[in-house]
Design a protein around this ligand. Structure first.
Ligand code: SF4
Ligand code: SF4
Length: 372
């Protein structure tokens, strides 16, 4: 049974030690960073930079605390993510969301190059075959995975496994293209984007959100360039009319997340990854959307573990105990306190990603919670 350290978001005493940054410092002491990382060792701090408009990511102050803790033991940290949009634009998004060298106290760099094609092919499993792991994540000897826990339109729940899988793998590989990238998780077959003209109101959101200009409109007809498309699904996700569809399979998607996470973890020696889940600003959607809705439940706190499965299960268990907040998507959907809020928000079998991760040997769902 793995240990998951936890600190609540509540601050009942008016002192620094009761603040969330103060508790994160304490959590990292409890976890014992020297058990995982060595002086002079490069350590990647993997987070999600967010999106223009999606500001509810892991806050810079928390990343700074992680950086400072690593520096205290003499390690050499940097903050990183893979590109979701063009690399230079993504760095600007990071800066806009407050993530830069000055704020976090360490370099903020792209893990798979400004073109998103610096990656190394890694054997995955039966579903994906092989995936293009970002070269920086592949090569660095140690990593702390800092995940913003939230709902997700495709995954139902997004935490450490999704951060590893979607965030550790590039969008495209130089020769294999999207089929070895994260698009291989999003879609099946050739991933042909289907447009339903009758449902389309020509709002052009899909065109505007596409990072590759793969969508255009001519004479009120959508044109899609499947040769350059990453199958990232951003266009499908922003279409509120359900006019766009990338073919997919929910169960396969969840299983492929676990498979890709395993491929990424497999590039590290055992005991070189630590996970921090932030149950903060738990919005219903992915951080790559062009907005972030209000949280659907109250901040829970911060969890730390070296077991990606345990930390996910502990996070989910906490979310399911948290009552839905008023004036949020949860109340729009009339979700009641005792209901499975994650399932009710997006109707996705989110638990499969954790079950599959356990089946693949990434960790165990049973855990022992140690609250500080
Ligand atoms: S986002 Fe949907 S409704 Fe808007 S233009 Fe694209 S397909 Fe049509
Ligand atoms: S899936 Fe949609 S948004 Fe993503 S690259 Fe393809 S056309 Fe663009």
């Amino acid at each position: 049974m793995s240990t998951v350290f936890f600190a609540s978001a509540r601050a009942k005493k008016w002192r620094y030690e009761d603040s969330m940054p103060g508790k994160l410092e304490q959590l990292l002491k409890e976890a014992g960073l020297l058990n995982y990382f060595s002086p002079d060792e490069w350590v990647a701090i993997k987070t999600h930079f967010g999106s223009e408009g999606a500001h509810r990511t892991v806050r810079p102050v928390f990343l700074r605390k992680v950086v400072e803790a690593l520096k205290r033991i003499g390690a050499k940290p940097f903050v990183t993510d893979t590109v979701r949009i063009k690399g230079l634009d993504y760095l600007e998004v990071a800066n806009q969301n407050g993530l830069n060298h000055l704020s976090v106290g360490a370099p903020v760099v792209i893990a798979d190059g400004l073109y998103g094609k610096d990656n190394i092919m890694v054997k995955a499993g039966d579903i994906l075959g092989q995936v293009a792991v970002a070269s920086l994540i592949h090569d660095v000897p140690a990593m702390i995975v800092c995940s913003h826990v939230k709902g997700h339109i495709n995954a139902g729940y997004a935490g450490a496994i999704k951060n590893l899988a979607m965030g550790g793998v590039s969008s495209s590989h130089r020769t294999c293209g999207w089929k070895c990238g994260r698009g291989a998780m999003h879609t099946i077959g050739e991933g042909e984007l289907v447009w339903d003209k009758d449902k389309c109101e020509l709002c052009l959101q899909c065109k505007d959100i596409c990072p590759l200009d793969a969508i255009s409109f001519k004479d009120e007809k959508l044109e899609w360039d499947g040769n350059i498309c990453w199958r990232c699904g951003r266009c499908e996700r922003v279409c509120q009319n359900e006019s766009l569809k990338l073919p997919g399979d929910d169960e396969r998607f969840m299983q492929s997340l676990a498979e890709a996470a395993k491929a990424v973890i497999g590039t590290f020696e055992k005991g070189k990854i630590l996970y921090i889940n932030f149950l903060t600003e738990i919005q219903p959607e992915c951080d790559c959307m062009p907005m972030a809705d209000v949280p659907v439940m109250q901040d829970g706190g911060i969890l730390v573990s070296d077991d990606p499965v345990s930390i996910e299960q502990a996070s989910i268990d906490m979310l399911l105990k948290s009552p839905p907040l008023p004036d949020s998507m949860a109340s729009d959907k009339q979700i009641k306190p005792e209901e499975d809020i994650l399932m009710k928000l997006h109707n996705k079998p989110y638990a499969i990603q954790v079950e599959e991760a356990e089946r693949l040997g990434l960790g165990e769902r049973s855990y022992s919670l140690v609250e500080i």
